[in-house]
Design a protein around this ligand. Sequence first.
Ligand code: 5GP
Ligand code: ZN
Length: 116
Amino acid sequence: MADPTCLFCRIIAREIPATLVYEDDLVVAFRDIAPQVPVHVLIVPREHLVGLDGLEEAHRTLVGHIALVAQRLARELGVAETGYRLVANCGPNAGQTVFHLHFHLLGGAPMAGKMV
Ligand code: 5GP
Ligand code: ZN
């Protein structure tokens, strides 16, 4: 269910503009407003989920779908060969700032250091 106070629900509803790069029945993908690398796309489920911690068994297929959308976009946006990251921040220690589940697809330049 969409949350009218949620930034990403409002982007999905086209109430707030964003540069969309992909959409289907389950997800929308758009450019991050403050890209950290040349290719920085957010892959967001249409369903309002607060984050990784809001996932339930019923979302198993959705998460697999997001991984395959990330792979497809990495190819289409030209970063599959050079490499990319798919990152989801969950909660305060991870630095999550928007509480609608999203995965950052990052690529197009070497990323400083290894996170893990
Ligand atoms: P988080 O910090 O929750 O993992 O990621 C939230 C991301 O949303 C950040 O990378 C931030 O730059 C991005 N963001 C915040 N506001 C907007 C917006 O209005 N439009 C777009 N396209 N991205 C946004
Ligand atoms: Zn939302």
